[in-house]
Design a protein around this ligand. Structure first.
Ligand SMILES: *Cc1c(COP(=O)(O)O)cnc(C)c1O
Length: 415
């Protein structure tokens, strides 16, 4: 067995945990991992060369947007096979300016999925438009093209599909609908840096692809994001909107070829990426495929070793696609497991394993209920998944022993 011996310092914590999770108090006496060895969900893998690179940027004195951001944009565009890339400080920012560059504004409706991070819907709201939810297909956990079709109105201006967990959406169906209806497509690729669909890289199929380099994502820069654009003028507009609406980048203004005046041509935003972030991103990009292979191996081990338990495992990758393996989400059903999802979350935490929830359906949140009248029953599939889902750790940082501990903890908690 691989139990961590309980340490005296964790006694109070174990007592608290025992009170909350009575059904497996026995396991609480010997958590799979002690509190001092807690497995943090989504903790990124960071290697020596990026630490050295950060030091080099600090010593160079150029921390803001500069040559490293330029290089990161070029290398990311090359990795994804995209004509244009603009680095920003988050995927939330990327979605916002991509929507603006799509011409989305007040009076427009934008269709997206209820099973996503709130940033997807908030970006639509910040663009002045109204988000409209099309429920997921419970077999894929992605937006259901039939539901998108049913949600179209004369005001629909764009679709924001989210490649949930790294599994590509049904882009053929969505793109043909977009062509017929003259809609813009902004792909939310926050989970999907390595994802491919029918031989194409996601993020290059729609008009825009938006990526996140938040600390838990497949490639991280602490905070960070990127927009891929198909058209050069869209990329240029995003660049301007992302830096106050100014026509010249700061690092070009303050360069050694003399001061250059800028002109403000739009009321833009402070969304630019720093060289400090791009320095991390360049090192992470060089390892993105190695990390993907590592997560794929973890994903497959979970699929094998959890298959005997009374839980639903994530949908397997579809043929002729590449899954990014960003999340490994199981579904815990009280009737089948004897444990409700929230009890499972507490019990895993007590076992020293950090877990995540991706996501409570957007229709569960009070803001959207008040602003748009959404109710959980409107999106029954996303609501049900959101109430049963639990994401297990799947960072490339995990050791084989970490993965063994996660599997042991799931087995113990479900016993
Ligand atoms: C993380 C995430 C975002 C937001 O990314 P940030 O870089 O944190 O702004 C948007 N959409 C989805 C699906 C995400 O998971």
């Amino acid at each position: 067995m691989n139990y961590m011996p309980p340490r005296s310092g964790s006694l109070v914590w174990m007592t608290a945990a025992r009170g909350r999770v009575r059904h497996c108090w026995k396991a609480m006496q010997m958590p799979v991992r002690g509190q001092d060895n807690f497995l943090i969900f989504g903790s990124p893998r960071i290697e020596e060369d990026e630490i050295r690179e950060i030091e080099a940027v600090m010593r160079s004195g150029w921390l803001g947007t500069g040559p490293r951001v330029d290089q990161f944009e070029r290398e990311f565009a090359r990795y994804r096979g995209a004509p244009h890339a603009v680095a920003l400080n988050s995927c939330s920012a990327a979605l916002h300016v991509a929507l603006l560059a799509s011409g989305v504004g007040p009076g427009d409706e934008v269709i997206t999925t209820p099973l996503t991070f709130c940033a997807t819907a908030n970006a639509i709201i910040h663009a002045g438009a109204t988000p409209v939810l099309a429920d997921i297909d419970p077999r894929t956990l992605n937006i259901d093209p039939a539901q998108v079709r049913a949600s179209l109105t004369s005001r629909t201006r764009a679709i924001v599909p989210v490649h949930f967990a790294g599994r590509p959406c049904e882009m053929d169906a969505l793109m043909s609908m977009a062509r017929d209806q003259k809609l813009k497509v902004i792909e939310d690729c926050a989970h999907a840096i390595e994802t491919q669909y029918h031989g194409r890289n996601v993020g290059t199929i729609g008009d825009f692809g938006c990526f996140s380099f938040y600390v838990t994502k497949n490639l991280m820069t602490g905070e960070g994001g990127m927009v891929l654009a198909r058209r050069e003028e869209d990329a240029a507009l995003i660049k301007v909107l992302g830096l106050h609406g100014m026509t010249k980048d700061a690092w070009k203004r303050f360069g050694d070829d003399g001061y250059k005046h800028y002109h403000v041509v739009a009321a833009g935003f402070k969304y630019n990426m720093m060289d400090l972030q791009a320095a991390i991103g360049l090192k992470q990009l060089a390892r993105v495929e190695a990390y993907w292979l590592r997560r794929k191996a973890i994903w497959e081990r979970y699929m094998d070793e959890l298959s005997v338990l009374p839980i639903d495992l994530p949908p397997r990758p579809a043929p002729d696609t590449r899954h990014a393996h960003h999340l490994f989400s199981i579904q815990v059903d009280k009737v089948r497991c004897g444990v409700a999802r929230d009890e499972f979350l507490d019990a895993m935490t007590a076992q020293g394993i950090g877990i995540g929830v991706h996501y409570l359906a957007l229709t569960e949140h009070p803001y959207y209920q008040q602003a748009f009248g959404w109710r959980p029953e409107d999106t029954p599939h996303a609501t049900e998944v959101g109430r049963r889902t639990v994401s297990l750790p799947i960072s490339a940082k995990l050791t084989d022993q970490d993965v063994t501990d996660v599997i042991s903890a799931v087995r113990l908690v479900l016993k």
